[in-house]
Design a protein around this ligand. Structure first.
Ligand SMILES: Cc1cc2nc3c(=O)[nH]c(=O)nc-3n(C[C@H](O)[C@H](O)[C@H](O)COP(=O)(O)OP(=O)(O)OC[C@H]3O[C@@H](n4cnc5c(N)ncnc54)[C@H](O)[C@@H]3O)c2cc1C
Length: 421
Protein backbone atom coordinates (compact mmCIF):
# COMPACT_ATOMS: atom_id res chain seq x y z
CA UNK A 1 0.00 0.00 0.00
CA UNK A 2 1.36 3.41 -0.76
CA UNK A 3 0.03 6.87 -0.41
CA UNK A 4 0.03 9.43 -3.19
CA UNK A 5 -1.66 12.61 -4.20
CA UNK A 6 -3.31 13.49 -7.44
CA UNK A 7 -2.39 16.54 -9.41
CA UNK A 8 -4.05 19.63 -7.97
CA UNK A 9 -4.93 22.41 -10.34
CA UNK A 10 -4.82 26.03 -9.20
CA UNK A 11 -7.98 26.98 -11.10
CA UNK A 12 -11.40 25.73 -9.93
CA UNK A 13 -12.14 22.29 -11.41
CA UNK A 14 -14.08 22.31 -14.70
CA UNK A 15 -15.44 18.96 -13.68
CA UNK A 16 -15.04 16.63 -10.78
CA UNK A 17 -12.47 14.50 -12.58
CA UNK A 18 -9.89 17.28 -12.57
CA UNK A 19 -9.62 17.73 -8.83
CA UNK A 20 -8.78 14.83 -6.62
CA UNK A 21 -6.92 13.78 -3.57
CA UNK A 22 -6.77 10.26 -2.28
CA UNK A 23 -4.88 7.13 -1.36
CA UNK A 24 -3.67 4.92 -4.15
CA UNK A 25 -3.83 1.15 -4.01
CA UNK A 26 -3.09 -1.88 -6.13
CA UNK A 27 -6.28 -3.22 -7.66
CA UNK A 28 -6.57 -6.71 -9.15
CA UNK A 29 -9.25 -7.08 -11.82
CA UNK A 30 -10.47 -10.52 -12.87
CA UNK A 31 -11.86 -10.37 -16.41
CA UNK A 32 -10.75 -8.24 -19.34
CA UNK A 33 -14.16 -7.73 -20.96
CA UNK A 34 -15.76 -4.33 -21.53
CA UNK A 35 -16.35 -3.90 -17.78
CA UNK A 36 -12.92 -4.98 -16.53
CA UNK A 37 -11.03 -2.97 -19.14
CA UNK A 38 -13.06 0.21 -18.55
CA UNK A 39 -12.58 -0.20 -14.81
CA UNK A 40 -8.84 -0.60 -15.34
CA UNK A 41 -8.73 2.62 -17.38
CA UNK A 42 -10.78 4.61 -14.86
CA UNK A 43 -8.82 3.32 -11.86
CA UNK A 44 -5.46 3.78 -13.55
CA UNK A 45 -6.42 7.30 -14.60
CA UNK A 46 -7.11 8.02 -10.93
CA UNK A 47 -3.59 6.89 -10.08
CA UNK A 48 -4.16 3.35 -8.81
CA UNK A 49 -1.98 0.47 -9.92
CA UNK A 50 -4.10 -2.04 -11.87
CA UNK A 51 -3.55 -5.64 -12.94
CA UNK A 52 -6.12 -7.27 -15.24
CA UNK A 53 -6.28 -11.06 -15.61
CA UNK A 54 -8.12 -12.28 -18.69
CA UNK A 55 -8.75 -15.99 -19.22
CA UNK A 56 -8.97 -15.83 -23.01
CA UNK A 57 -5.88 -15.67 -25.13
CA UNK A 58 -7.96 -13.93 -27.78
CA UNK A 59 -11.36 -12.36 -27.25
CA UNK A 60 -14.24 -14.78 -27.10
CA UNK A 61 -17.68 -13.75 -28.30
CA UNK A 62 -16.34 -10.70 -30.12
CA UNK A 63 -18.11 -11.47 -33.41
CA UNK A 64 -21.08 -9.30 -32.68
CA UNK A 65 -22.19 -5.70 -32.50
CA UNK A 66 -23.03 -3.57 -29.51
CA UNK A 67 -25.25 -0.55 -29.00
CA UNK A 68 -24.01 2.07 -26.56
CA UNK A 69 -26.28 4.84 -25.30
CA UNK A 70 -25.03 8.20 -24.03
CA UNK A 71 -24.65 6.97 -20.45
CA UNK A 72 -21.90 4.67 -21.74
CA UNK A 73 -20.30 6.86 -24.42
CA UNK A 74 -20.09 9.77 -21.94
CA UNK A 75 -17.73 7.71 -19.77
CA UNK A 76 -15.72 6.60 -22.80
CA UNK A 77 -15.54 10.25 -23.85
CA UNK A 78 -14.20 11.29 -20.46
CA UNK A 79 -11.49 8.64 -20.92
CA UNK A 80 -10.50 10.33 -24.18
CA UNK A 81 -11.64 7.43 -26.36
CA UNK A 82 -14.33 9.02 -28.54
CA UNK A 83 -11.98 10.34 -31.26
CA UNK A 84 -10.75 6.76 -31.76
CA UNK A 85 -14.23 5.21 -31.60
CA UNK A 86 -15.72 7.85 -33.92
CA UNK A 87 -13.92 6.29 -36.87
CA UNK A 88 -15.24 2.82 -36.03
CA UNK A 89 -18.77 3.56 -34.90
CA UNK A 90 -22.07 4.31 -36.57
CA UNK A 91 -24.25 6.99 -34.94
CA UNK A 92 -27.80 5.98 -35.91
CA UNK A 93 -30.56 8.48 -36.68
CA UNK A 94 -33.26 6.59 -34.78
CA UNK A 95 -34.43 3.36 -33.19
CA UNK A 96 -37.33 2.04 -35.26
CA UNK A 97 -39.64 -0.77 -34.22
CA UNK A 98 -41.47 -2.41 -37.11
CA UNK A 99 -43.89 -5.26 -37.83
CA UNK A 100 -41.91 -8.37 -38.71
CA UNK A 101 -43.48 -8.97 -42.14
CA UNK A 102 -44.96 -5.74 -43.50
CA UNK A 103 -42.24 -3.58 -41.97
CA UNK A 104 -44.91 -1.08 -40.84
CA UNK A 105 -43.50 1.38 -38.35
CA UNK A 106 -44.85 0.85 -34.81
CA UNK A 107 -42.56 3.13 -32.84
CA UNK A 108 -39.69 5.51 -33.44
CA UNK A 109 -37.21 7.03 -31.03
CA UNK A 110 -35.13 9.80 -32.62
CA UNK A 111 -31.38 9.72 -31.97
CA UNK A 112 -28.78 11.57 -34.09
CA UNK A 113 -27.76 15.18 -33.45
CA UNK A 114 -30.76 16.06 -31.26
CA UNK A 115 -30.01 13.12 -28.95
CA UNK A 116 -26.32 14.01 -28.81
CA UNK A 117 -27.15 17.60 -27.98
CA UNK A 118 -29.65 16.64 -25.28
CA UNK A 119 -27.46 14.05 -23.56
CA UNK A 120 -24.06 15.58 -24.39
CA UNK A 121 -22.83 12.28 -25.82
CA UNK A 122 -23.60 10.18 -28.91
CA UNK A 123 -25.50 6.94 -29.36
CA UNK A 124 -23.09 4.49 -31.00
CA UNK A 125 -23.17 1.13 -32.72
CA UNK A 126 -19.84 -0.65 -32.60
CA UNK A 127 -18.33 -3.97 -33.45
CA UNK A 128 -17.35 -5.53 -30.11
CA UNK A 129 -13.86 -6.30 -31.35
CA UNK A 130 -13.37 -2.65 -32.26
CA UNK A 131 -14.44 -1.55 -28.78
CA UNK A 132 -12.37 -4.20 -26.99
CA UNK A 133 -9.29 -3.53 -29.10
CA UNK A 134 -9.59 0.21 -28.44
CA UNK A 135 -9.86 -0.39 -24.68
CA UNK A 136 -6.93 -2.82 -24.68
CA UNK A 137 -4.70 -0.55 -26.79
CA UNK A 138 -5.44 2.42 -24.55
CA UNK A 139 -4.81 0.48 -21.35
CA UNK A 140 -1.52 -0.91 -22.63
CA UNK A 141 -0.47 2.52 -23.87
CA UNK A 142 -1.14 4.09 -20.48
CA UNK A 143 -0.04 1.17 -18.33
CA UNK A 144 2.12 -1.34 -20.21
CA UNK A 145 2.13 -4.75 -18.56
CA UNK A 146 -1.13 -4.20 -16.69
CA UNK A 147 -3.09 -6.76 -18.75
CA UNK A 148 -2.38 -10.47 -18.88
CA UNK A 149 -4.14 -12.69 -21.42
CA UNK A 150 -4.43 -16.46 -20.96
CA UNK A 151 -4.59 -15.88 -17.18
CA UNK A 152 -7.43 -17.80 -15.52
CA UNK A 153 -8.07 -16.94 -11.90
CA UNK A 154 -9.15 -20.00 -9.93
CA UNK A 155 -9.75 -18.46 -6.50
CA UNK A 156 -9.04 -15.58 -4.19
CA UNK A 157 -8.19 -15.19 -0.52
CA UNK A 158 -8.67 -12.00 1.47
CA UNK A 159 -7.22 -11.04 4.82
CA UNK A 160 -6.99 -7.94 6.98
CA UNK A 161 -3.79 -7.03 5.12
CA UNK A 162 -4.42 -7.81 1.47
CA UNK A 163 -6.18 -9.89 -1.15
CA UNK A 164 -4.59 -12.52 -3.39
CA UNK A 165 -5.69 -14.28 -6.55
CA UNK A 166 -4.42 -17.64 -7.59
CA UNK A 167 -3.99 -18.31 -11.30
CA UNK A 168 -4.48 -21.68 -12.97
CA UNK A 169 -0.72 -21.98 -13.46
CA UNK A 170 -0.22 -21.68 -9.69
CA UNK A 171 1.03 -18.09 -9.69
CA UNK A 172 -0.31 -15.97 -6.83
CA UNK A 173 -0.71 -12.22 -7.20
CA UNK A 174 -1.34 -9.85 -4.27
CA UNK A 175 -3.19 -6.56 -4.17
CA UNK A 176 -5.18 -4.30 -1.88
CA UNK A 177 -8.52 -4.72 -3.59
CA UNK A 178 -10.09 -7.18 -6.04
CA UNK A 179 -12.73 -6.47 -8.68
CA UNK A 180 -14.54 -9.49 -10.11
CA UNK A 181 -15.46 -8.43 -13.66
CA UNK A 182 -15.61 -12.02 -14.85
CA UNK A 183 -19.03 -12.05 -16.47
CA UNK A 184 -22.36 -13.73 -15.83
CA UNK A 185 -20.77 -17.02 -14.75
CA UNK A 186 -18.43 -15.22 -12.35
CA UNK A 187 -16.37 -17.51 -10.18
CA UNK A 188 -15.52 -14.55 -7.94
CA UNK A 189 -19.26 -14.09 -7.30
CA UNK A 190 -19.68 -17.78 -6.56
CA UNK A 191 -16.82 -17.71 -4.10
CA UNK A 192 -18.18 -14.60 -2.39
CA UNK A 193 -21.91 -15.33 -2.36
CA UNK A 194 -22.29 -19.01 -3.10
CA UNK A 195 -24.20 -20.30 -6.07
CA UNK A 196 -26.36 -17.57 -7.66
CA UNK A 197 -29.10 -19.29 -9.62
CA UNK A 198 -28.50 -18.10 -13.18
CA UNK A 199 -31.82 -18.41 -14.97
CA UNK A 200 -32.36 -19.89 -18.39
CA UNK A 201 -34.93 -17.51 -19.87
CA UNK A 202 -36.11 -19.71 -22.72
CA UNK A 203 -34.71 -17.22 -25.25
CA UNK A 204 -32.07 -18.02 -27.82
CA UNK A 205 -30.31 -15.36 -29.91
CA UNK A 206 -28.99 -15.82 -33.42
CA UNK A 207 -26.17 -13.35 -33.99
CA UNK A 208 -23.93 -12.35 -36.84
CA UNK A 209 -21.89 -9.53 -38.36
CA UNK A 210 -22.00 -9.43 -42.15
CA UNK A 211 -20.37 -7.53 -44.97
CA UNK A 212 -22.62 -4.59 -45.87
CA UNK A 213 -20.57 -3.18 -48.72
CA UNK A 214 -22.58 -5.08 -51.37
CA UNK A 215 -25.99 -3.95 -50.09
CA UNK A 216 -28.19 -1.64 -52.17
CA UNK A 217 -28.26 1.97 -50.95
CA UNK A 218 -31.94 1.67 -50.11
CA UNK A 219 -31.47 -1.51 -48.02
CA UNK A 220 -31.99 0.26 -44.68
CA UNK A 221 -31.38 3.81 -43.46
CA UNK A 222 -28.76 4.63 -40.81
CA UNK A 223 -31.04 3.38 -38.04
CA UNK A 224 -31.41 0.43 -35.73
CA UNK A 225 -34.49 -1.54 -36.74
CA UNK A 226 -36.19 -3.94 -34.41
CA UNK A 227 -38.62 -6.21 -36.23
CA UNK A 228 -41.13 -7.70 -33.79
CA UNK A 229 -43.46 -10.69 -33.86
CA UNK A 230 -45.08 -13.06 -31.40
CA UNK A 231 -42.25 -14.55 -29.30
CA UNK A 232 -39.58 -13.34 -31.72
CA UNK A 233 -37.74 -10.21 -32.71
CA UNK A 234 -34.72 -9.28 -34.76
CA UNK A 235 -32.58 -6.16 -34.33
CA UNK A 236 -30.55 -5.07 -37.36
CA UNK A 237 -28.01 -2.26 -37.32
CA UNK A 238 -24.82 -1.10 -39.03
CA UNK A 239 -21.35 -1.12 -37.48
CA UNK A 240 -17.87 -0.23 -38.78
CA UNK A 241 -18.82 3.03 -40.53
CA UNK A 242 -21.69 1.17 -42.25
CA UNK A 243 -19.33 -1.31 -43.87
CA UNK A 244 -20.79 -4.15 -41.80
CA UNK A 245 -24.23 -5.05 -40.56
CA UNK A 246 -25.06 -6.75 -37.28
CA UNK A 247 -28.15 -8.79 -36.48
CA UNK A 248 -29.51 -10.30 -33.27
CA UNK A 249 -32.54 -12.53 -33.84
CA UNK A 250 -34.21 -13.66 -30.62
CA UNK A 251 -36.61 -16.60 -30.42
CA UNK A 252 -38.52 -17.36 -27.21
CA UNK A 253 -39.80 -20.64 -25.84
CA UNK A 254 -36.91 -22.85 -26.86
CA UNK A 255 -35.21 -25.57 -24.91
CA UNK A 256 -31.45 -25.68 -24.50
CA UNK A 257 -29.84 -28.95 -23.55
CA UNK A 258 -26.26 -28.09 -24.37
CA UNK A 259 -23.80 -27.19 -21.58
CA UNK A 260 -22.21 -24.51 -23.71
CA UNK A 261 -23.88 -21.08 -23.93
CA UNK A 262 -23.13 -20.71 -27.58
CA UNK A 263 -23.76 -23.34 -30.16
CA UNK A 264 -23.06 -23.68 -33.87
CA UNK A 265 -26.51 -24.29 -35.37
CA UNK A 266 -27.97 -25.36 -38.71
CA UNK A 267 -28.60 -22.62 -41.27
CA UNK A 268 -31.97 -24.17 -42.07
CA UNK A 269 -33.08 -23.45 -38.47
CA UNK A 270 -32.18 -19.78 -38.84
CA UNK A 271 -34.15 -19.65 -42.09
CA UNK A 272 -37.12 -21.43 -40.54
CA UNK A 273 -37.19 -19.18 -37.46
CA UNK A 274 -37.59 -16.07 -39.62
CA UNK A 275 -39.49 -17.49 -42.56
CA UNK A 276 -42.06 -15.02 -43.95
CA UNK A 277 -40.29 -12.00 -42.43
CA UNK A 278 -39.66 -8.86 -44.49
CA UNK A 279 -36.96 -8.15 -47.08
CA UNK A 280 -34.38 -6.69 -44.70
CA UNK A 281 -34.44 -9.82 -42.54
CA UNK A 282 -34.37 -12.14 -45.56
CA UNK A 283 -31.36 -10.28 -46.98
CA UNK A 284 -29.53 -10.57 -43.67
CA UNK A 285 -30.19 -14.32 -43.59
CA UNK A 286 -29.08 -14.75 -47.21
CA UNK A 287 -25.83 -12.93 -46.39
CA UNK A 288 -25.11 -15.24 -43.44
CA UNK A 289 -22.54 -17.90 -44.37
CA UNK A 290 -24.22 -21.31 -44.16
CA UNK A 291 -21.43 -22.71 -41.99
CA UNK A 292 -21.26 -19.68 -39.69
CA UNK A 293 -24.59 -19.80 -37.85
CA UNK A 294 -24.40 -19.43 -34.09
CA UNK A 295 -27.06 -19.28 -31.38
CA UNK A 296 -26.59 -18.02 -27.83
CA UNK A 297 -28.64 -19.14 -24.84
CA UNK A 298 -29.87 -16.06 -22.97
CA UNK A 299 -29.64 -16.13 -19.18
CA UNK A 300 -30.00 -13.61 -16.40
CA UNK A 301 -30.48 -13.72 -12.64
CA UNK A 302 -32.50 -11.88 -10.04
CA UNK A 303 -30.97 -8.65 -8.70
CA UNK A 304 -28.52 -9.31 -5.85
CA UNK A 305 -28.85 -7.43 -2.57
CA UNK A 306 -25.08 -7.17 -2.10
CA UNK A 307 -21.94 -7.89 -4.10
CA UNK A 308 -19.02 -6.71 -1.97
CA UNK A 309 -16.97 -8.10 0.89
CA UNK A 310 -14.17 -6.32 2.77
CA UNK A 311 -11.65 -6.15 -0.09
CA UNK A 312 -13.56 -7.70 -2.99
CA UNK A 313 -16.34 -6.38 -5.17
CA UNK A 314 -18.08 -7.25 -8.43
CA UNK A 315 -18.69 -5.24 -11.58
CA UNK A 316 -20.67 -5.67 -14.81
CA UNK A 317 -22.41 -8.96 -15.63
CA UNK A 318 -20.74 -10.59 -12.61
CA UNK A 319 -22.88 -8.32 -10.40
CA UNK A 320 -26.06 -7.76 -12.41
CA UNK A 321 -26.40 -9.59 -15.74
CA UNK A 322 -29.54 -8.64 -17.66
CA UNK A 323 -31.28 -9.82 -20.79
CA UNK A 324 -30.03 -7.90 -23.83
CA UNK A 325 -33.42 -6.37 -24.74
CA UNK A 326 -32.57 -2.88 -23.45
CA UNK A 327 -29.07 -3.16 -24.96
CA UNK A 328 -27.64 -1.94 -21.68
CA UNK A 329 -25.57 -4.66 -19.99
CA UNK A 330 -22.24 -3.31 -21.17
CA UNK A 331 -23.39 0.24 -20.45
CA UNK A 332 -24.06 -0.79 -16.83
CA UNK A 333 -20.55 -2.24 -16.59
CA UNK A 334 -19.09 1.01 -17.96
CA UNK A 335 -21.11 3.08 -15.46
CA UNK A 336 -19.96 0.75 -12.63
CA UNK A 337 -16.35 1.38 -13.59
CA UNK A 338 -16.59 5.16 -13.27
CA UNK A 339 -18.66 5.04 -10.07
CA UNK A 340 -16.25 2.59 -8.41
CA UNK A 341 -13.31 4.86 -9.22
CA UNK A 342 -15.13 7.96 -7.93
CA UNK A 343 -16.24 6.27 -4.74
CA UNK A 344 -12.70 5.09 -3.92
CA UNK A 345 -11.50 8.69 -4.02
CA UNK A 346 -13.46 9.60 -0.95
CA UNK A 347 -11.79 7.10 1.40
CA UNK A 348 -8.47 6.50 3.11
CA UNK A 349 -7.85 3.17 1.43
CA UNK A 350 -4.80 2.44 3.57
CA UNK A 351 -7.29 1.59 6.30
CA UNK A 352 -8.94 -1.77 5.61
CA UNK A 353 -12.13 -0.73 7.38
CA UNK A 354 -12.38 2.35 5.14
CA UNK A 355 -11.75 0.23 2.05
CA UNK A 356 -14.59 -2.02 3.09
CA UNK A 357 -16.83 1.02 3.60
CA UNK A 358 -15.85 2.29 0.17
CA UNK A 359 -16.86 -0.98 -1.51
CA UNK A 360 -20.10 -0.87 0.42
CA UNK A 361 -20.73 2.64 -0.86
CA UNK A 362 -19.96 1.57 -4.43
CA UNK A 363 -22.60 -1.19 -4.33
CA UNK A 364 -25.06 1.17 -2.58
CA UNK A 365 -24.71 3.60 -5.48
CA UNK A 366 -25.26 0.90 -8.09
CA UNK A 367 -27.78 -1.60 -6.70
CA UNK A 368 -31.04 0.13 -7.56
CA UNK A 369 -29.88 1.44 -10.94
CA UNK A 370 -28.73 -1.96 -12.15
CA UNK A 371 -31.74 -3.79 -10.64
CA UNK A 372 -33.98 -1.43 -12.59
CA UNK A 373 -32.17 -2.27 -15.81
CA UNK A 374 -32.45 -6.01 -15.10
CA UNK A 375 -36.19 -5.63 -14.53
CA UNK A 376 -36.80 -3.32 -17.48
CA UNK A 377 -34.83 -5.60 -19.79
CA UNK A 378 -37.21 -8.46 -19.01
CA UNK A 379 -40.20 -6.15 -19.55
CA UNK A 380 -38.82 -5.04 -22.93
CA UNK A 381 -38.70 -8.70 -23.95
CA UNK A 382 -42.39 -9.08 -23.09
CA UNK A 383 -43.23 -6.00 -25.15
CA UNK A 384 -41.22 -7.09 -28.20
CA UNK A 385 -42.80 -10.53 -28.15
CA UNK A 386 -46.49 -9.60 -27.76
CA UNK A 387 -48.98 -11.72 -29.69
CA UNK A 388 -51.04 -10.26 -32.55
CA UNK A 389 -50.80 -7.09 -34.64
CA UNK A 390 -53.58 -5.25 -32.87
CA UNK A 391 -52.09 -5.76 -29.42
CA UNK A 392 -48.68 -4.70 -30.68
CA UNK A 393 -50.13 -1.58 -32.33
CA UNK A 394 -51.90 -0.53 -29.13
CA UNK A 395 -48.90 -1.27 -26.92
CA UNK A 396 -46.42 0.65 -29.06
CA UNK A 397 -48.85 3.55 -29.47
CA UNK A 398 -48.96 3.80 -25.67
CA UNK A 399 -45.17 3.62 -25.62
CA UNK A 400 -44.97 6.46 -28.17
CA UNK A 401 -47.11 8.61 -25.87
CA UNK A 402 -44.80 7.96 -22.91
CA UNK A 403 -41.63 8.13 -24.96
CA UNK A 404 -39.79 10.81 -22.96
CA UNK A 405 -40.28 9.03 -19.66
CA UNK A 406 -39.28 5.66 -21.11
CA UNK A 407 -36.18 6.77 -22.85
CA UNK A 408 -34.50 9.24 -20.58
CA UNK A 409 -33.69 7.10 -17.54
CA UNK A 410 -30.89 5.31 -19.38
CA UNK A 411 -28.96 8.08 -21.19
CA UNK A 412 -29.45 10.86 -18.65
CA UNK A 413 -27.46 9.03 -15.94
CA UNK A 414 -24.07 10.72 -15.85
CA UNK A 415 -21.63 8.44 -14.03
CA UNK A 416 -18.96 11.17 -14.22
CA UNK A 417 -20.92 13.63 -12.11
CA UNK A 418 -24.00 12.05 -10.51
CA UNK A 419 -23.95 12.83 -6.77
CA UNK A 420 -22.84 9.82 -4.75
CA UNK A 421 -25.00 8.69 -1.84
C1 LIG B 1 -27.15 -11.11 -27.61
C2 LIG B 1 -26.59 -10.04 -26.72
C3 LIG B 1 -26.62 -8.71 -27.14
C4 LIG B 1 -26.17 -7.68 -26.30
N1 LIG B 1 -26.21 -6.38 -26.74
C5 LIG B 1 -25.81 -5.39 -25.92
C6 LIG B 1 -25.85 -4.03 -26.36
O1 LIG B 1 -26.21 -3.75 -27.50
N2 LIG B 1 -25.47 -3.05 -25.50
C7 LIG B 1 -25.04 -3.33 -24.20
O2 LIG B 1 -24.72 -2.40 -23.44
N3 LIG B 1 -24.98 -4.62 -23.77
C8 LIG B 1 -25.35 -5.65 -24.59
N4 LIG B 1 -25.28 -6.94 -24.16
C9 LIG B 1 -24.76 -7.22 -22.80
C10 LIG B 1 -23.25 -7.14 -22.78
O3 LIG B 1 -22.70 -8.01 -23.75
C11 LIG B 1 -22.73 -7.55 -21.41
O4 LIG B 1 -23.48 -6.93 -20.40
C12 LIG B 1 -21.27 -7.13 -21.28
O5 LIG B 1 -20.47 -7.79 -22.24
C13 LIG B 1 -20.77 -7.45 -19.88
O6 LIG B 1 -19.42 -7.11 -19.80
P1 LIG B 1 -18.52 -7.68 -18.62
O7 LIG B 1 -17.18 -7.12 -18.84
O8 LIG B 1 -19.21 -7.46 -17.32
O9 LIG B 1 -18.55 -9.26 -18.82
P2 LIG B 1 -18.00 -10.13 -20.03
O10 LIG B 1 -18.13 -9.43 -21.32
O11 LIG B 1 -18.67 -11.46 -19.90
O12 LIG B 1 -16.45 -10.29 -19.72
C14 LIG B 1 -15.98 -11.12 -18.69
C15 LIG B 1 -14.55 -11.48 -19.00
O13 LIG B 1 -14.03 -12.22 -17.90
C16 LIG B 1 -13.23 -13.28 -18.40
N5 LIG B 1 -13.19 -14.31 -17.35
C17 LIG B 1 -14.21 -15.07 -16.89
N6 LIG B 1 -13.79 -15.87 -15.89
C18 LIG B 1 -12.48 -15.59 -15.70
C19 LIG B 1 -11.49 -16.10 -14.80
N7 LIG B 1 -11.78 -17.03 -13.88
N8 LIG B 1 -10.23 -15.61 -14.89
C20 LIG B 1 -9.91 -14.64 -15.79
N9 LIG B 1 -10.81 -14.14 -16.68
C21 LIG B 1 -12.09 -14.60 -16.63
C22 LIG B 1 -13.95 -13.73 -19.67
O14 LIG B 1 -13.10 -14.42 -20.55
C23 LIG B 1 -14.43 -12.39 -20.23
O15 LIG B 1 -13.51 -11.82 -21.13
C24 LIG B 1 -25.69 -7.99 -25.00
C25 LIG B 1 -25.64 -9.32 -24.57
C26 LIG B 1 -26.07 -10.33 -25.42
C27 LIG B 1 -26.02 -11.76 -24.93
Amino acid sequence: MYRGYYRRTKKPPANILEFRTGYLVKILIVGGGIGGLTAALCLHEAGHEVRVFERASIFEDAGAGIQLAANATRVLDSLGLLPKLNNLAVAPESIDIREFDTGNLLYQSPLGAAYQHRYRAPYYHLHRSDLLETLVAELLRRSPGSLQFGATVTKYTESAKNVAVQLENGVIEYGDCLVGADGIRSSIRTQMLGNTPVQWTGNVAWRGVLDATQLDDDFMGKVVTNFVAHKKHMAVYYVRSQKAINFVGVVEGRSWSNDSWVQKSPYKDLKADFSGWNKVVQTVIELTPVDQCYRWALHDYQPLDRWSSKRVTLLGDAAHASLPFLASGAAMAIEDARILQRVLEGFDLSNSEMLSQALDKYQRNRLSRTARVQKRSRQAGLLYHLPGRLIRRVAFKALNMRAGENESFLPEYDANTIPLV
